[in-house]
Ligand binder design. Sequence first.
Ligand SMILES: Cc1ncc(C[n+]2csc(CCOP(=O)(O)OP(=O)(O)O)c2C)c(N)n1
Ligand SMILES: [Mg+2]
Length: 278
Amino acid sequence: MTQMHDKDDRLARIRDNASWMRRRAMQMVFARGLGHIGGDLSATDIVATLFFGVLNFDPKRPDWPDRDRFVMSKGHATGVLYTALARAGYWPEDRLDTYMDNGSMLNGHPNRNYLPGVEANTGPLGHGFPIALGIAIGGRIAKRNYRTFVLTGDGEQQEGSNWEAAMTAAHRKVGNLTLIIDRNRLQQGAGTEETAGLDPLDAKYRAFGWEVVEVDGHDHGQLLEVLGAPVGSRERPLCVIANTIKGKGVSFMENQVKWHHGVPNEAEYEQAIEELAR
Ligand SMILES: Cc1ncc(C[n+]2csc(CCOP(=O)(O)OP(=O)(O)O)c2C)c(N)n1
Ligand SMILES: [Mg+2]
């Protein structure tokens, strides 16, 4: 009974935060006239589930050695990462108002050297996953029980460095590592399958020696079940293919490649906020 309540509470917290994060990211991109709103919206439910239902962390001690690690490999999606970090209490929410201003800590791509909560500097695609693998192996060497999660885009999977990391993680049986792929089927200017096709992505990771699970990347219950499962005795790294919709939540942005880095005009912004508040 208690467990049931705990799960319901967690799902409510994830839902409320995801809704707030979507609206705040939209507002930041509109105000600054820059950003990557399509990929923010596809990843919001994944990132909200991690921060508000899965990760063990203390925002007052961002360098706590036993914290779970989250590496945002698709570093262009700062709207979703920064709103999660602010909401999680790493720094004041009003810092979001400085998004991409000159001299702001909130760069277009995240920087761990001055922004608490960021685990790795990302932006050049294909780097976060290999870094996360190193962090996971480091935890094992240091005999720490933290878990490492990394989120990549699906277009990002076309970078060869991912496949070196995939090979090494399976070879070394890095069971404390979870890779989540935001499978929205769009990259910057076209569909992934028209550009350099990834399918069958699940079979590729299985052949590399990974455990693979596919989920609806907007279903908090499914995400929580898969990402929140204990990893203690896992022999193999886990790849979660999260099927998502780029631009999720805004009718005219969904599955439209132009919203990869499109910025809404005033009328579009108002409609977007209205839809996201429903
Ligand atoms: C190495 C590298 N090449 C190109 C870019 C420019 N770029 C930024 S986002 C993006 C598309 C990424 O697509 P995907 O990984 O599918 O991200 P999502 O759909 O989740 O936004 C590209 C090409 C980059 N950041 N890094
Ligand atoms: Mg994509």
